[in-house]
Each structure stands twice: as structure tokens, then as C-alpha cells.
Design a protein around this ligand. Structure first.
Ligand code: NAD
Length: 245
């Protein structure tokens, strides 16, 4: 039996189309903690008060205040070796796209070109009236509630609880999951749907599933073919080395 890195590298070298799906775990080594569990952000800022679309519409000032605090955490973070490893796999034509649930922009900063943002991006805001997008500079947060040139209410361009996944992300990622023959699943707990469905969709259509996580998940126990156990900042660069060999 080969080691999981050899199996994974073999699958990648022979893949017609490989894609990656990433979650909060890939950015932990960049200093962004996962939001769940004990001590997670949702224990201090309950979702229904700070992160749902209903909360935003009821009190945009309060939610923007939370957002600037979150921005403090996100703004100085840099990509880590796991983000760079996926960007390198894209250059090696071994990873067509990264479908990310993260909102931190770190894949783009690491050089990944084809990034599908499932939950939006914290570096943008969007007008709720005219739909215009604007950059959001987390180092210089606007005071109070930002307004568009049309005077519409601006909202962080992220998917809040109670909102739909952007149609493009939903359709494109589903298409890639159906078409790919290798999927690399990194740092995601398999708990947040509909993103968590993508690896199952890929597996149903015969894809080889590579999973990188510090611990087993529901994927590991059901569909994973090669489990790279450990921090993604260590396991993904190792995978790249194997894929080059
Ligand atoms: P999750 O918090 O439910 O699960 C994180 C997973 O990452 C766990 O399985 C954990 O074992 C694993 N993990 C932790 N450290 C790791 C490491 N160093 N290397 C590899 N794996 C590691 O995350 P989720 O499944 O992405 O769902 C959370 C939701 O919250 C996402 O939809 C995302 O939008 C949002 N979120 C985003 C960010 C971000 O943008 N960086 C951060 C936190 C949460």
C-alpha cells in the first residue's frame, strides 16, 4: 500500500480536471481562527444578532460595528504555505480552480487565479439598492453605515446567514464538482451546506478525493481516498513535492 501522498500525487498527475474546495481550516495558520466551537467568534457575537441578513436589516450600524472588529482580525493576515501550494498546483495545471468558503481573499493574494467565492469576500461591499460593488479597505473603515453613490445601503459583500449563495458560485462549483476527476478538500468540517455537498457530488461521479485536515471528518469516514493528516501549511507543500517527483 502506497502512502497517501503517493496516491494523491498519482491521482493529480493523471487527472483530467482537478479542483480544490477550501474552508476555514486552510487559513488558521494565517492567524484567522475557525469561527465555531468554544471561544469561537459566534460565542461572543451570536449569529442571529450580528451575522444574519435579518439582523443587518434591523440594525445595520450594529452589524457594521461587528464587521470592523472582524476586519481588524483579517486585515493583516497573509497567505500561508497551504495557499501558496494550491496556487502552485494551478500553475502546474494540476488544479483548475479553488472553490473557497472563506471570505479572506488569501487564495487570490497567494496567486490563485481561478477562485470561486462561495461566501463572498470581506474586501468588498455591495449596494443593496443598485447592486454596485465597491472595494472595502479594512484598514480605513468608513464611519457609521456606508452609503452608495445612489444613496443605497451598503452591505459587506459576504453571504450572511439567511442569504442565498451567489448564483454564479453555486452553478460553477456544482459544474466543476460534476466534471472533476480529482477533488482536493482542505480544512473544512463537512458541516456547512451546501458547500459540504460538493465532495459528495464529485465522489458520486467517480472523482478521487484528497482530503487535508488536522482531524478526521465525515468525509474521511465515507468518501476520502487519500487523507493527508496534519496542518495544511505542512501537508499541501509536501503534496506539491510528491506531485513534482
Ligand atoms: P469549520 O470551522 O466548520 O471547520 C474547519 C475545519 O478545518 C475543521 O475540520 C478543522 O479540523 C480543520 N482545520 C483546522 N485547522 C487546520 C489546519 N491548520 N489545517 C487543516 N485543517 C485544519 O470551517 P468550514 O467548514 O469552512 O465552515 C465555516 C464557515 O465559516 C465557512 O463557510 C466560512 O465561510 C466561514 N469562515 C471563514 C473564515 C475565513 O474566511 N478565513 C474563517 C472562519 C469561518
Amino acid at each position: 500500500m502506497k502512502n497517501p501522498y503517493e496516491n494523491a500525487a498519482h491521482a493529480l498527475r493523471n487527472a483530467r480536471l482537478a479542483v480544490a474546495v477550501t474552508g476555514a481550516g486552510i487559513s488558521v495558520e494565517s492567524g484567522i481562527p475557525s469561527f465555531r466551537g468554544e471561544g469561537g467568534i459566534w460565542t461572543k457575537y451570536p449569529i442571529e444578532e450580528f451575522a444574519s441578513i435579518d439582523a443587518f436589516l434591523a440594525n445595520p450600524k450594529k452589524v457594521w460595528g461587528f464587521w470592523y472588529e472582524l476586519g481588524d482580525m483579517l486585515r493583516d493576515c497573509k497567505p500561508n504555505p497551504a495557499h501558496y501550494a494550491l496556487a502552485e498546483l494551478e500553475k502546474m495545471e494540476m488544479c483548475r480552480a479553488v472553490i473557497t468558503q472563506n471570505i479572506d481573499n488569501l487564495h487570490q493574494e497567494a496567486g490563485s487565479v481561478h477562485v470561486i467565492e462561495y461566501h463572498g469576500n470581506s474586501h468588498r461591499m455591495v449596494c443593496m439598492d443598485c447592486g454596485r460593488g465597491h472595494p472595502l479597505d479594512l484598514t480605513k473603515p468608513p464611519s457609521g453605515v456606508p452609503r452608495c453613490v445612489c444613496n443605497g445601503l451598503m452591505k459587506p459583500d459576504v453571504v450572511m446567514f439567511g442569504e442565498l449563495i451567489p448564483e454564479y458560485a453555486l452553478i460553477e462549483s456544482h459544474k466543476l464538482a460534476r466534471q472533476c476527476d480529482v477533488m482536493i478538500v482542505v480544512g473544512t468540517s463537512a458541516a456547512v451546506f451546501p458547500a459540504a455537498r460538493l465532495p459528495y457530488t464529485a465522489k458520486d461521479d467517480g472523482a478521487f478525493i484528497i482530503e487535508a485536515n488536522i482531524e478526521e471528518t465525515d468525509f474521511t469516514r465515507s468518501i476520502t481516498d487519500a487523507f493527508l493528516e496534519g496542518p495544511a501549511g505542512e501537508t499541501l507543500p509536501e503534496l506539491v513535492q510528491y506531485a513534482k517527483a
